[in-house]
Design a protein around this ligand. Structure first.
Ligand code: AQP
Length: 336
């Protein structure tokens, strides 16, 4: 008799904060790859609203943005029948495990986190404890789902290291409890910079809307934003040190077209920045068009969104609950 061997898929977890309208940076750097990851791996994808409140949020806007980001996850092609798609605060185990893990994390480890240093400078009026312990909540997110892999950009590497350290420490004391996650480095690790200050990454919470392109911007707005993008005075499309603005536009164009930097430089040889900016804008408009069109349909179907969120919360709670229970028993809590 023939035996069929099925290989178990690796588990992957990815989150996005509903701290604003997702940008072209979120899309090219993360979301664009999620559909492929969902096909290849056993995927869990969360709207990380607990993380978003480390920076002050307007309650009505946070609620709206959470629905919008959930709709966006569906618009990029994630299938709730195949992947776990959920809102982080719908699964209380995240906050519960984060508390436990706080007690297995050293103050000195957290104090080295560069994102905390950056964010406490940019939000100097609200340097809260949540902002400081953000990486512990992120560790809880990952470890609850026993994720083998976590897609990380350069800015999240340090946080994944902490998650690994916490998992190893806990496993060392109590025996094997958590899968120690590995970073998943995607093929195109695009890092998109602000259109107004190309030394800073493009961020959805940038107070200057000209700095970022949102995934929901209309073609007219996208064109306008690229036309006002900061460049340099050389008027030559080439990738080189000191040309941050042009390098960024070339990177964006490369992600949308698949062309290499040399091919792009050849295509625009002898042409000015005006022509180049228009072509980059057109490429971005076409890249985002199908996502925006699908999103516009999904966001109006409130009942469907509610159903997806409820199903996701249910499945995620079941998976996360197993890990939380195991952890609580090991720590010595009297179980109900
Ligand atoms: N500019 C970027 N280029 C490439 N990738 C990016 N990501 C974010 N900005 C860029 C990636 O998007 C995923 C989701 O990000 P997030 O929402 O969880 O947090 P973030 O990195 O803090 O994103 P923002 O837009 O900068 O949000 P705010 O302004 O609220 O801090 C992550 O995989 C991230 O690497």
């Amino acid at each position: 008799m023939e035996t069929v061997q099925t290989e178990k898929k690796k588990k992957i977890l990815s989150c996005i904060q509903p701290s604003g309208i997702p940008t072209l940076g979120n899309y090219l750097g993360a979301l664009k790859n999620w559909k492929t990851l969902a096909d290849e791996f056993d995927g869990a994808f969360a709207v990380a609203d607990l993380h978003a409140i480390t920076v002050r949020q307007d309650p009505a806007k946070l609620r709206q943005q959470t629905s919008e980001v959930l709709a966006l996850l569906l618009a990029i092609g994630l299938d709730p029948e195949k992947s776990v798609i959920f809102v982080q605060s719908h699964v209380p185990a995240h906050a519960q495990l984060a508390w436990v893990l706080n007690c297995y994390t050293q103050f000195g480890e957290m104090n080295r986190m560069t994102q905390f240093k950056d964010k406490s400078t940019s939000h100097a009026d609200n340097v809260n404890v949540g902002l400081f312990s953000y990486p512990v909540l992120m560790a809880a997110d990952i470890l609850l789902y026993q994720a083998d892999l976590v897609p990380v950009g350069a800015d999240q590497k340090q946080h994944l290291e902490i998650a690994r350290d916490i998992a190893n420490r806990f496993n060392g004391i109590y025996g094997n409890t958590f899968t120690v996650p590995d970073p998943y480095i995607g093929k195109n690790g695009a890092r998109v910079m602000s259109l107004q200050d190309p030394s800073k990454k493009m961020s959805k919470s940038d107070p200057n809307p000209k700095g970022f392109v949102s995934v929901f911007d209309t073609p007219e707005v996208i064109m306008k934003k690229f036309k006002s993008a900061v460049t340099d005075s050389e008027a030559c499309v080439r990738f080189a040190e000191g040309k941050d603005g042009i390098n960024n536009l070339m990177g964006i164009y490369s992600c949308c077209t698949g062309l290499t930097m040399d091919e792009i430089a050849n295509q625009f040889e002898g042409k000015g920045y005006g022509d180049f900016k228009v072509e980059v804008a057109n490429a971005v408009i076409e890249e985002l068009r199908p996502v925006r069109e699908r999103y516009n349909q999904i966001i109006t179907d409130k009942a469907y969104l509610k159903e997806v969120a409820a199903k996701g919360a249910d499945t995620a709670s079941r998976i996360a609950g197993r890990t939380l229970n195991k952890t609580m028993k090991k720590v010595g809590f009297l179980m109900p």
